[in-house]
Design a protein around this ligand. Structure first.
Ligand code: ATP
Ligand code: MG
Ligand code: FE
Length: 344
């Protein structure tokens, strides 16, 4: 099926078009530059930017894919979770297209889309797949028997998300927003064993009670204390070493727990998705540890890890292929849509 997907859960206006599991186009307009000076995404600014970018981005996607709107078989859209005012813009646009074209509408979960997108790169998902979803707002381990209908949370962060930790530590180090890519880059020049930062929920009672959960707020505090102590002593802060050591603490825990989850659940395939999956050290360490454990690893290319419309189109196409019922035109924008709810 030829499916157009719209993503507006945060600051990217994404419009992707797929034919089955073939990606035809992935058009993204980002308002990230407008948020940078505030050090975080400003919801009102994001909504307004989506409204301005929506029609041009749909037009650009169709033009670049050589597709006419009338040829589409379905429209898919991110129904949640995300910023309410931002989601509303995408949902309203998708409803307008669906009604105007007389095509079925699928409101899908942004988090399931981060997992589903990999079909356009690496083919059908093994069922079940273990998914490590690591993004700006979420960090979870999910058992995924069927990404169109059955996503089961095994564990998740009990405080900050991994991407949030990257962004906060970047800020501490004076790196621009969003910080993840800047920490990644700075870390390449640094020593990852220079500073021994804490690995949350990996030992003793914490591990027993939270075997597949994550915690990054203690790590962020440890980095902050370490940096402040340096500054108070009047010594320079070795940004690359701090970045590399912090990043190692995050990806060590993520990969250790993901591999353990695969063994625990008897699942041989691990997929990593979400913006943090673009991290070069996470990709490398995950590959190393999966190879050692006999687990097949799949990670979409970095451009498909961060928010985009292709991921929504990809999940929409799977929904059509599996014969799932379309969503109603009363489809909500659900800012706190739970991860288990694949379709709204
Ligand atoms: P969610 O998917 O939970 O709703 P989101 O959509 O805002 O959150 P994504 O676009 O999926 O988030 O991911 C953005 C996050 O990924 C940011 O926190 C960003 O810093 C982080 N990120 C992007 N690239 C990298 C990288 N190379 N290394 C580490 N983090 C990264
Ligand atoms: Mg973004
Ligand atoms: Fe996302």
């Amino acid at each position: 099926p030829l499916v157009l997907g719209i993503e507006t859960s945060c600051d990217e206006t994404g419009v992707g078009i797929v034919r089955g599991s073939t990606l035809l186009v992935d058009a993204v307009a980002s308002s990230v530059d407008e948020h940078a000076r505030f050090g975080g995404v400003v919801p009102e600014v994001a909504s307004r930017a989506h409204l301005e970018a929506m029609v041009p981005t749909v037009e650009r996607a169709c033009r670049d894919a050589g597709v006419r709107l009338a040829d589409l078989d379905a429209i898919a859209v991110t129904s949640g979770p995300g910023l309410a005012g931002a989601l509303v813009v995408g949902v309203a646009a998708a409803k307008a297209l669906a009604v105007g074209l007389g095509k079925p509408l699928y409101g899908v979960n942004h988090l399931a889309s981060h997992v589903a997108v990999d079909v356009v790169e690496h083919g059908p998902l093994p069922e079940p797949t273990m998914a490590l979803l690591v993004s700006g707002g979420h960090s979870s381990l999910l058992v995924v028997p069927d990404v169109t209908a059955d996503v089961r949370p095994l564990g998740s962060t009990i405080d900050d998300a991994a991407g949030e930790a990257f962004d906060k530590v970047a800020r501490l180090l004076g790196l621009p927003f969003p910080g993840g890519p800047h920490v990644d880059r700075a870390a390449r020049e640094g020593d990852k064993v220079a500073i021994d930062f804490p690995r949350g929920l990996t030992s003793g009672k914490d591990l027993q009670r939270h075997e597949f959960d994550f915690s990054f707020s203690g790590l962020k505090t440890a980095v902050s204390r370490w940096v402040r102590a340096r500054e108070e002593a009047g010594e320079p802060v070795p940004v690359p070493d701090v970045a590399a050591s912090f990043q190692e603490a995050v990806v060590d825990v993520l990969t250790r727990k993901a591999v353990r989850a695969c063994a625990d659940q008897g699942v041989d395939d691990l997929l990593i998705g979400g913006g943090v999956a673009a991290n070069s050290r996470l990709r490398a360490l995950a590959q190393e540890r999966c190879d050692a454990a006999g687990i097949r690893l799949r990670v979409p290319r970095p451009g498909l890890c961060t928010d985009n419309g292709a991921m929504v189109a990809a999940l929409g196409a799977l929904m059509v292929e599996r014969g799932r019922e379309p969503s109603g035109l009363d489809l909500p924008a659900d800012s706190s849509m739970p991860v288990q709810l694949v379709q709204a």
